[in-house]
Ligand binder design. Structure first.
Ligand SMILES: [Mn+2]
Length: 475
């Protein structure tokens, strides 16, 4: 979401640029050319224009959803002209930021009498959470009300999830249905491919969430389509226009959506939807709250992965509304007899030394056993890295996890498997999918234990290599 700050004071601009406003992109509009150049050189997003002219805001693409912050230094006439120009350009979400002693209560009252829509904030608010919360609350409310109106008069609505929906996708479906004030008859939660993972099936059954399997040819039957926890590019050209996208994955281009709220710094889509529900004071049922709470937990791996303040806020808000006993039951579903068999198999064929656990499982009926085991063995005492591999169809699938902070798991898979298959990930978790034939060409036609040893050697080589790099740097 955009935020345009109309400021002329360099210190204030640099401070505003530093304040973390999750989900906001702040750009500045300044009058002075030299200042604009200096800020631009410092990597700050800045436009030079006359803040008293309406066309400055039109050129800056101001919309009713753009949040505008205007600095107030107590000079009356200038500020009024700026606010009028913003109003004429269609700006509605206006915050005046009082800087200095001239910004008295009397002045605030006078401004509010003239511009009833504006919000007045003091400098002190900047350093507290008030500014951030105030902004995001009003912004979310405006956004939610807009899409609620847009969906209100539609006939059939589809809330489409990604393939093999996970807890975040399903819970987001329920949350959006609540926001659209619809029932399971008037807003279908659907996916092109259904749920398969045991713990997700268990959640689906325990909470009675119906995910309808949608045939791609039937997409045209819906008057409105909303996507949650996914963006249209995922469907590979099948969908290029939708009505609403709410997602926490990095923003993709190449599609149209009437409304979207994408916040890649959030740990789950349910975190975004909790803000939407709170912004309009929606009633959240126990079932929806339970699903959402479980989703936030599971997408952030119990706050171990990519969780931040907003996720914890959403979690604390939902907690008293949810059924804690039900969540315990869903979590137990992680362990199934099928998985237990694989835990044993991985231990028997596995190799643990120098804090690296490595296991090649051979032919594996489903891919999800592999990341499951990589996560599972990372819990083991003394283990800092896990590499679990298995054959799924014609591919070798490799999952890598770590709790160390020295080397990057994504770098490991890219270095050894990037040239023969797809390999990627981030610091703590990574995955490679390599055609078996390509793996054999590069590493030889290995027997099972040899494959385990080979993967283990690669990791030792990788970790050892890193130490040498650091020594070189130290010299
Ligand atoms: Mn998600």
């Amino acid at each position: 979401m955009r935020c345009l700050a109309v400021c002329q004071d360099e210190l204030l601009i640099r401070m505003l640029d530093e304040v973390p406003l999750p989900g906001f992109e702040v750009e500045f509009l300044v009058e002075s050319r030299p200042l604009a150049r200096r800020l631009h050189d410092a990597g700050i997003n800045v436009t030079q224009a006359d803040p008293k002219r309406t066309d400055s805001y039109l050129k800056a693409d101001l919309s009713p959803g753009t949040c505008v912050i205007v600095e107030d230094r107590g000079r009356r006439s200038g500020l009024v002209k700026v606010l009028e120009a913003i109003g004429d350009a269609g700006g509605t979400l206006v915050y005046v930021l009082g800087v200095g002693a001239a910004c008295t209560q009397a002045r605030q009252d006078e401004l509010k009498a003239r511009f009833p829509e504006l919000h007045y904030l003091s400098m002190a608010d900047l350093f507290g959470s008030a500014l951030r919360e105030e902004f995001s609350r009003s912004f979310s409310r405006l956004k939610v009300q807009q899409y609620q109106r847009y969906f209100a008069d539609a006939g059939k609505v589809l809330i489409l999830l990604h393939h093999d929906p996970d807890p975040d996708a399903m819970a987001s479906g329920l949350a959006l249905r609540t926001l659209l004030r619809r029932t399971r008859q008037t807003a279908i939660i659907g996916a092109l491919r259904g749920v398969t993972r045991p713990e997700n099936l268990r959640m689906q059954n325990l909470l009675d969430i119906h995910v309808e399997i949608i045939d791609p040819t039937a997409l045209g039957d819906y008057e409105r389509i909303a996507l949650v926890d996914v963006q249209p590019h995922y469907f590979g050209g099948l969908i290029d226009h939708v009505d609403l996208v709410i997602d926490h994955h990095p923003e993709q281009s190449g599609y149209n959506s009437v409304f979207k709220d994408i916040r890649s710094d959030y740990g789950s889509t349910c975190t975004i939807l909790t803000e939407h529900l709170r912004a309009v004071d929606a009633n959240i049922s126990e079932r929806t709250a339970t699903a959402m709470l479980y989703a936030i937990k599971s997408d952030t791996l119990f706050f171990n992965r990519q969780a931040n303040r907003v996720d914890i806020d959403a979690f604390s808000y939902l907690y008293p509304l949810a059924d804690a006993a039900m969540i315990k039951k869903m979590e137990g579903a992680e362990i199934t007899t099928e998985r237990l068999d694989f835990i044993v198999r991985a231990r028997q064929g596995g190799h643990l030394s120098e804090q690296v656990f490595c296991s090649f499982l051979g032919t594996t009926p489903r891919e999800d056993f592999i990341p499951y085991l990589a996560d599972f063995y990372l819990q083991l005492e003394h283990v800092k890295w896990t590499i679990v591999a298995g054959i799924v169809g014609d591919n070798l699938v490799i999952s890598v996890r770590n709790i160390g902070y020295l080397r990057n798991a994504g770098e490991f898979v890219r270095r050894y498997f990037g040239d023969i298959g797809s390999a990627g990930g981030h610091r703590a978790m990574a995955k490679a999918v390599v055609p078996l034939a390509a793996f054999r060409t590069k590493y030889g036609n290995l027997r099972a234990e040899e494959t385990t040893d080979r993967l283990h050697d690669l990791m030792h080589h990788f970790l050892h290599d890193g130490q040498q790099d650091r020594k070189l740097v130290l010299k």
